[in-house]
Design a protein around this ligand. Structure first.
Ligand SMILES: C[S@@+](CC[C@H](N)C(=O)[O-])C[C@H]1O[C@@H](n2cnc3c(N)ncnc32)[C@H](O)[C@@H]1O
Length: 266
């Protein structure tokens, strides 16, 4: 069976489909994230980080990991299904549901009445925004950050990504004995002639349920923008904010860089 989607609201649909099989496609990113957040935890504690907000919570991996490390985390996402999934996932942890909501990061300060010590905007989500929107997103994240708070963003280095011209990117492969699935997934990319134009990613997931002996191929196609490190770092410097590039020993999405912004003017 082939399930294909070329519907209009591709971004939302793509993540909803990914939600069920998120770990099959992004297992490397999840490992990278968990390791990064664990590595940063002593630093967060030293910085008196208590309240955290994830502005693109997705399936809630980062939130769950931070909960495990003792932090209180709230979140939002542009996609209501993702928010619902995350809330259900965290239900056993006595979360305050009213502090999870659906919202485009570009409108964040309109919906979010609280300020936080640390804001996350991770997983190359800036790539879903245009260059101008990427700056606006940074403004919005800053608006809900406490003075002396931190913002953690990560993105694929657009120049390295564009120059790689790598048409195929292998994603997850493995066996999920719990759900009785054998899976293999990859991305197929179409690069534009110019780095300032969007690129297209088509994701393929081959799934064999070995209990029912059912084979399924899922495909999804979305457009995204390259994120230019120069633009992001240049904008942060223009705002007179200090930043650090942070790394994890674990390999995640190719060309991914994590950047920590300090919300206190230089
Ligand atoms: C790669 S996931 C984020 C990963 C997540 N933090 C985690 O720990 O699993 C990207 C998420 O960003 C959301 N997203 C995309 N564009 C957005 C926007 N403009 N505002 C808020 N969320 C957005 C998507 O719906 C998706 O859930």
């Amino acid at each position: 069976m082939i399930i294909s989607s070329t519907n209009k609201d591709k971004l939302l649909h793509n993540y909803q489909y990914n939600l069920e099989y998120y770990d099959y496609i992004y297992s490397d990113h999840r490992q990278y994230s968990n390791h990064l957040l664990d590595t940063l935890t002593p630093f967060f504690l030293k910085h008196h980080i208590n309240a955290i907000f994830d502005a693109c919570c997705g399936s809630g991996n980062d939130i769950e990991q931070l909960y495990k490390n003792g932090f209180s985390v709230n979140g939002s996402d542009i996609c209501a299904t993702m928010v619902e999934f995350t809330v259900n996932r965290l239900r056993p942890k006595n979360i305050n549901k009213s502090l999870f909501f659906t919202c485009n990061v570009l409108d964040l300060s309109k919906y979010c009445n609280n300020k936080y010590d640390l804001i996350l905007f991770r997983g190359n989500t800036l790539g879903h925004l245009t260059f101008e929107e990427q700056k606006k997103a940074i403004d919005e994240l800053i608006k809900i950050t406490n003075p002396n708070g931190l913002i953690l963003i990560d993105f694929r280095d657009g120049v390295k990504y564009f120059n790689s011209k790598k048409i195929y990117e292998q994603r997850g492969v493995g066996i999920d004995n719990k759900r009785k699935n054998i899976f293999f997934s990859f991305y197929k990319m179409r690069f534009p002639v110019n780095i300032r134009m969007p690129y297209t990613v088509k994701s393929y997931l081959f799934l064999l349920n070995y209990k029912k002996f059912k084979f399924t191929i899922y495909t999804e196609e979305i457009k995204a923008n390259f994120v230019l490190k120069e633009t992001v770092v240049g904008y942060i410097s223009k705002l007179r904010l200090k930043h650090d590039i942070v790394t994890s020993k674990v390999r995640g999405l190719p060309y991914l860089e994590s950047i920590l912004i300090y919300n206190n003017a230089i």
